[in-house]
Design a protein around this ligand. Structure first.
Ligand code: PLP
Length: 399
């Protein structure tokens, strides 16, 4: 069959996006109800959303914030990251995982990924630890939790703070413990392509009460009314103190209401995503030229992304060609991610472009396929058909 990129008939007429939100009538009703209520921000919906997140993540403390980037920023602030400090970060992630360190004046240090899980490798992390290292920002790539046991052991041994960037992994479990209940601090994002959305939104979960107080402080201007935290005796009921230089990173009640309603649908989202991932894995397991993400416990994972690594050498082609060919077939593929140190801003900071060979190898071959809860079984079949079509065309060309 002729490829659409060469003028053939595409697998589908309309482009299937790689990610999108699923909004129900109940979600819309929840937002409308808040708009008619007394509080658009700083109201009861925010508190309820945080309580629901505590239940979903098993974390004793959760603070909702404006977005996932703000969550990572306040986590670094709460960890006390300052100029001169080094923080070890996964290179295969969204820029925010490293930018949060720079916001605090710290230095991101990239440790290479594992070639099978595409998560940061604890062995490579270990090699990067110096006397300046203060924390690790570990990303659960695609929703598959990082090796938290190994990272925890390194953090305990070297007195480091473990920050888990769980923007992809809300709802996932690590050894039967929900993501959010394990690392010192766990950052979530509720951007529309993520599993649960509040349009823009995020949260920081923590298992430590002291960190929880600092997270709350830094996300609300550094201001507190809490008597136990205030240094001087209250002047009266109006009195508050600013103890730190914080930010206005609050989530509104409008967003929180959407979050409450969406979070109630997490089991439905998780089941559908698992079902699509299982279908993809089954379909691609007999194509030796593609590799999917290794996940030791797929039944415990809620996947945000489904990426494939194409063996471009065996296929005698480039990732760019496969990407363009899939787009021409009507499959809205994407790439996650350009290694952070390859972004011009980081390159100009002088990062060694060859320090993480596994990350570079992965990036040169990676393509993200559509994965979201609005996909039908036919959509999934279209994606599989398009990948098969392109792989066979490349192989035929080689013969
Ligand atoms: C989405 C994402 C973020 C940032 O979240 P926003 O809500 O968009 O600010 C951070 N890290 C990773 C890995 C992400 O995918």
């Amino acid at each position: 069959m002729e490829l659409a990129i060469d003028g053939g008939r595409p697998v589908r007429e309309s482009l299937l996006g790689y990610g999108r939100q699923s909004i129900s009538d109940a979600d819309i009703q929840a937002v409308t109800d808040v708009l008619k209520s007394d509080y658009l921000t700083c109201g009861p919906a925010v508190e309820r959303f945080e309580d629901d997140l505590k239940r979903a993540t098993g974390a004793p403390f959760v603070t909702s914030v404006a977005n996932g980037t703000a969550a990572l920023h306040v986590a670094c602030l709460a960890a006390g990251i300052k100029p001169g400090d080094e923080v070890i970060v996964s290179p295969i992630t969204f820029a925010a995982s490293a930018n949060c360190v720079l916001y605090c004046g710290g230095t991101p240090v990239f440790a290479d990924i594992d070639p099978d899980t595409w998560n940061i490798s604890p062995e490579r992390v270990k090699e990067k630890i110096t006397s300046q290292t203060k924390a690790i920002v570990a990303v659960d790539f695609g929703g598959v939790p990082v090796d938290l046991d190994a990272l925890r052991a390194l953090c305990d041994e070297h007195d480091l703070v473990l920050i888990e960037d769980a923007a992809h992994s809300l709802g996932s479990f690590y050894q039967r413990h929900p993501v959010g209940s394990i690392a010192d601090m766990t950052a979530f994002s509720f951007h529309p392509v993520k599993t649960v959305t509040t349009a823009e939104g995020g949260a920081v979960a923590t298992i430590d009460e002291g960190l929880a107080q600092r997270i709350a402080l830094f996300s609300k201007h550094g201001i507190t009314r809490e008597e136990s935290l205030m240094e001087r005796s209250p002047h009266g009921g109006w009195y508050y103190e600013q103890l730190e230089l914080g930010y206005n990173y609050r989530l509104s009640d409008i967003q929180a209401a959407l979050g409450i309603s969406q979070l109630a649908r997490l089991p439905e989202f998780a089941a559908r995503r698992r079902n699509i991932v299982a279908g993809y894995n089954k379909a691609f397991s007999d194509i030796s030229e593609v590799q999917f993400q290794y996940d030791p416990h797929p039944d415990e994972t809620v996947r945000h992304l489904y990426c494939l690594e194409f063996d471009t050498d065996a296929l005698g082609t480039t990732r760019r060609f496969i990407f363009n060919a899939l787009r021409a077939e009507g499959i809205g593929v994407n790439v996650h991610y350009l290694p952070v140190y390859q972004l011009p801003f980081y390159e100009h900071l002088g990062y060694d472009q060859d320090a993480c060979p596994n990350a570079n190898h992965y990036y040169d071959r990676a393509i993200t396929l559509p994965l979201h809860c609005c996909m039908s079984d036919e959509d999934v079949a279209d994606v599989v058909e398009a990948v098969r079509k392109i792989v066979s065309a490349c192989k035929k060309e080689r013969q």
